[in-house]
Design a protein around this ligand. Structure first.
Ligand SMILES: *Cc1c(COP(=O)(O)O)cnc(C)c1O
Length: 243
């Protein structure tokens, strides 16, 4: 595990230097769906400090177990689709939500946060954007990227509604590129997400929009070339997932 973590970190550093960037600008999130508690604990011992889970229920149990058995306190990212009936446990378990994909979900999150007992803080969230247009993917639809002016207007209108919710802190955007035989072919999708972020930062400057969550095992180097600040990596760290 330590070797795999070191190897991924080295690839991140190389990709960053090739792009004229500093490796510290890029946060490695270990995508831990289906991985056992023991494997995740090994990853934390090897220096992983951010974990990403896809399902709320799976993460609730894993986080509680890990906190009982280790002193590591990683940052927990929700990277899978969030159903509106799971908003409460999601807020309790995750530090950052990458998969904010509708105005209704945003309103539900805002409502639940406002009902919290303690002084409600603002929850860091990223807007998930579906740039590939694949029906299998969630996200605010922007097939073809920002050149699709009709879809862009709709995305900006939705984003403005979400940006007005007082308990959400919009930190950036996230996408999942289509699986390509050659990772270079994913690069245009990453470039388009970067353009979307710039447009959002101009239109809604009350939020930071600093993060680009993009790139996975197959394509994270191409994502770093286009400015990724968070990459979500599973198989390069843990091997093929048990099915
Ligand atoms: C599983 C998953 C990843 C990691 O994928 P790998 O190919 O294992 O690196 C990243 N992002 C999301 C949203 C995922 O579901």
């Amino acid at each position: 595990m330590a070797e795999r973590v070191a190897d991924v970190n080295e690839r991140i550093a190389q990709a960053a230097y090739r792009a004229g960037r500093r490796p510290e600008e890029i946060t490695l999130i270990a995508a831990t769906k289906t991985q056992s508690i023991e494997r995740i604990a090994e990853a934390l011992a090897a220096g992983i400090t951010h974990v990403g889970e896809n399902r709320v229920q799976e993460a609730v149990g894993k986080r509680a177990t890990l906190e009982a058995m280790t002193s590591a306190r990683p940052t927990w990212h929700l990277i899978g689709h969030l159903q509106r009936n799971k908003v409460k446990p999601a807020i309790a378990t995750f530090d950052v939500i990458h998969s904010l994909d509708s105005v209704r979900l945003a309103q539900q999150l805002n409502q639940s946060l406002s009902e919290q007992q303690e002084q409600p803080g603002r929850l860091p969230v990223l807007l998930q954007v579906n740039i590939s247009g694949e029906a299998s993917k969630h996200g605010l639809a922007l097939p073809g990227g920002p050149a699709n002016t009709i879809a862009l207007e709709r995305l900006l209108a939705d984003s403005a509604q979400i940006a007005a919710l007082p308990h959400l802190d919009l930190r950036g955007v996230m996408t999942i590129a289509p699986l390509m035989p050659d990772p270079q072919l994913a690069q245009p999708f990453f470039r388009q997400l970067s353009q979307v972020r710039e447009i959002l930062a101009q239109q809604l400057p009350q939020h930071s929009w600093q993060h680009l969550s993009m790139g996975m095992t197959n394509d994270f180097e191409a994502a770093i070339a286009e400015g990724a600040t968070m990459i979500r990596v599973g198989r390069a760290l843990f091997g093929e997932r048990p099915t």
